[in-house]
Design a protein around this ligand. Structure first.
Ligand code: GTR
Length: 417
């Protein structure tokens, strides 16, 4: 006996997807998430190289001077919201320093960003580890929630350590990864969400958004920044700190993130060209995956479950993705000509590995225009675990949604071949 259509594994088990809200309420999403490639409806992507008045962008200067700012504004107004201002009255406080961390191999600093105006308070806290064996200025990897900064020896096993979820037992593999990062001569910084913007629809404006002048007594404006934008703002503030530390090479900073933090990493780097590399692991919907491609998590599902991640305006495209004037390949294009690595996992259908791959493919014309090699393919996904491309790089790891040691290995080779 064959299963009714709605129970078929081809549709996944997502007929009723139960979303979790930090307020403790449950939300029912009534539309199933498609996980059948043959059911992807035809869609049209906006051309990154077409100006709003219809003219084609034919040279690098035109992209840099005219088109790039148009695309950036589209993401601000329709997806993530307008950025918080850069603070002018602020100071960094090193609240704890351990020059002999990790058995003497690293210098550890716990740092806070204090905003003095328009409102006074701590907007961000983060922890950095610098290799003590460094001979020159140290390049950095920075990301949100990469490890548990409360632990004396952090393990960058991000996927399992999200706010609101129980902290898992640290794994030795995670520690080995941290050591591999330090051995390559890179420092590592992890930002916490607590002061910055807690991952909750009722709390996310409590931190940096409030301190930077947002009126939190009224509902957010349609284009007000969501949590992803505040997290991205925090990543840029950590880079401000790196610029003040003589041991750090602030021109060689890679921003990395997994899942929701991968979305924030992409948006941070799109807005802030000081980031030299961008790495987005399993970033999915609102990250590297195309929104107009109806596969896995959709705008409708993500904005119901996590309404606070985006500008309120983004919600109006739920079920109307065809009307979005922008799509995620253009977010990748905003990173050009800097190197970008997008990592997918083969079984992570929710994040749409093919949609992540296609975003790179469709960003490629901008990289070519700026004189950099792209992926080197227009259609076929690479073999499992075989990274593809140079400035635009991609892999599809075997397995599920996670940031594993295999992913880290690929990323470290990308940063220091
Ligand atoms: C999921 C969400 C994804 C992804 C993930 C995560 O629930 O649907 O977009 O961001 O959370 O961040 O772990």
């Amino acid at each position: 006996m064959s299963l009714p259509q709605f129970l078929s594994p081809r549709w996944g088990l997502l007929l009723l997807w139960v979303g979790w809200l930090a307020s403790g309420h449950l939300t029912l999403v009534t539309r199933a998430a498609n996980q059948d490639e043959s059911k992807v409806r035809p869609y049209r992507l906006p051309d990154p190289l077409r100006l709003e008045d219809g003219r084609a962008v034919t040279n690098a200067q035109q992209w840099i001077q005219e088109r790039r700012s148009q695309v950036l504004r589209l993401f601000e107004d329709h997806v993530y919201g307008r950025p918080l201002p850069t603070p002018t009255a602020r100071r960094f406080l090193v609240v704890r320093e351990d020059p002999q961390a990790l058995g003497g191999r690293a210098i550890r600093q716990d740092v806070q960003l204090e905003i003095l105006q328009p409102r006074a308070g701590i907007a961000l806290d983060f922890t950095i580890f610098l290799p003590r064996s460094a001979t020159g200025a140290i390049p950095m990897l920075v990301g949100l929630h990469l490890f548990d900064t409360a632990a004396p020896e952090p393990r960058p096993a991000v996927g399992r350590r999200l706010p609101g979820q129980p902290t898992p037992d640290p794994t030795p593999a995670g520690k080995a990864t941290l050591e591999a990062i330090l051995n390559r001569g890179f420092g590592l910084a992890s930002l916490n969400l607590g002061y910055l913007a807690p991952d909750s629809p009722t709390e996310y404006r409590r931190g940096a958004a409030y301190l930077m002048g947002i009126d939190t007594n009224r509902p957010p404006e349609p284009t007000e920044t969501g949590a992803l934008g505040i997290w991205a703002w925090g990543l840029s503030r950590a880079l401000d700190y790196f610029e003040t530390v003589p041991e750090i090479d602030a021109h060689r900073v890679a921003v990395i993130g997994h899942s929701r933090m991968g979305k924030a990493a992409l948006w941070a780097s799109a807005q802030d060209p000081r980031f030299a590399w961008t790495i987005a692991n399993n970033s999915g919907c609102g990250g590297a995956a195309l929104s107009k491609r109806d596969y896995g998590e959709t705008v409708e599902i993500i904005t119901r479950a996590f309404p606070h991640w985006f500008a309120p305006h983004f919600r109006t495209y739920a079920g109307h993705e065809d009307q979005l004037p922008v799509d995620q390949h253009q977010l990748i294009a905003l990173l050009a000509p800097r190197p970008v690595y997008v990592g997918s996992a083969a079984e992570d259908h929710w994040a749409d590995p093919q949609g992540e791959f296609l975003a790179l493919v469709h960003a490629e014309p901008v990289f070519h225009l700026l004189g950099t090699p792209g992926l080197g393919t227009t259609s076929a996904q690479p073999q499992l675990d075989q990274p593809l491309g140079a400035t635009l790089r991609y892999h599809r790891r075997a397995g599920q949604h996670d940031l594993t040691d295999v992913d880290w290995e690929h990323y470290l080779r990308f940063l220091s071949p």
